[in-house]
Design a protein around this ligand. Structure first.
Ligand SMILES: Nc1ncnc2c1ncn2[C@@H]1O[C@H](COP(=O)(O)OP(=O)(O)O)[C@@H](O)[C@H]1O
Ligand SMILES: [Mg+2]
Length: 239
């Protein structure tokens, strides 16, 4: 359902061109949970931005469910993104002075009035991320783990087919990280979103169907849960 073909991305800084993605080909199946790993600066976040239609490739094709993101005008991409893509970031990116409920409902305002059906969905999500008791609290009074739960609920409010997560557990301790991964995993099992998660944490990557190793703007290696040496591979990483 996600098709990347010969993706290249260059950034221009003054006169200088930096080539960040240098020919990425990738197919991701509908409902797949994929982890992207690799050194800092290897282009992982850039790849996620392109997948989410926040930016366009310099060269190459990106298709999601048959829609060619690389051919869309910015407005069209924005509409596509709102409908089909949810984002979760390392630093949560919530509105600190709004409440939990207001943050989760926020994406719905772009589409006009909050109907009773929509508010039901907000309440449902608040419950399923375990934040019922704090739903009227402001974000800046919550712990990091709670904030990431809010961010996940906000990302899922439109029922997106694709969830993109950029180091979602990067600011959390192990226990909180495990809770967030368990939550993502539960949503994935239930709703079969396609999940693409950038992570430095091999424990987090262990939740994925495939691990894509990125190196210097290219896919270096792909390891699948189905591969015979998957466990060995993880162990090698953790060593
Ligand atoms: N908007 C931008 N303008 C210029 N350079 C950028 C921009 N975004 C990313 N880069 C550069 O691209 C490289 C890859 O960045 P990034 O995709 O964030 O890597 P990663 O997420 O793997 O750490 C870095 O060298 C970074 O400085
Ligand atoms: Mg990054």
């Amino acid at each position: 359902m996600i098709h990347l073909e010969k993706i290249e991305k260059e950034f221009l800084q003054g006169q200088e061109k930096t080539s960040v993605l240098k020919g990425v080909d990738l197919e991701i199946k509908k409902g797949e949970f994929v982890a992207v790993m690799g050194p800092s600066g290897s282009g992982k976040s850039t790849l996620l931005q392109l997948l989410g239609g926040l930016d366009v490739p310099t060269e190459g094709k990106i298709e999601i469910d048959g829609s060619p993101l690389h051919q869309m005008k910015e407005k069209e991409r924005t509409v596509f993104r709102r409908k089909n893509i949810g984002f979760v970031f390392q630093n949560y990116q919530l509105l600190p002075t709004l409440t939990v409920e207001e943050n989760i409902a926020f994406p719905l305002h772009a589409e006009g009035k909050i109907t009773s059906e929509k508010s039901r969905r907000v309440q449902e999500l608040i419950n399923s991320v375990g934040l019922k008791d704090v739903s009227n609290k402001r974000i800046n009074l919550l712990s990091g783990g709670q904030q990431q739960r809010v961010a996940i609920a906000r990302a899922l409010i439109q029922n997106p087919a694709v969830l993109l997560a950029d180091e979602p557990t990067g600011n959390l301790d192990r226990e909180k990280a495990e809770e967030i991964l368990a939550l993502l995993s539960t949503f994935h099992a239930k709703h079969k979103q396609t999940i693409i998660m950038v992570t430095h944490d091999i424990f987090a990557a262990g939740f994925a169907d495939r691990i894509i190793l990125f190196k210097n703007g290219r896919i270096d290696q792909i390891i699948s849960r189905k591969d015979d040496n998957y466990a060995q591979y993880l162990a090698h990483f953790m060593a």
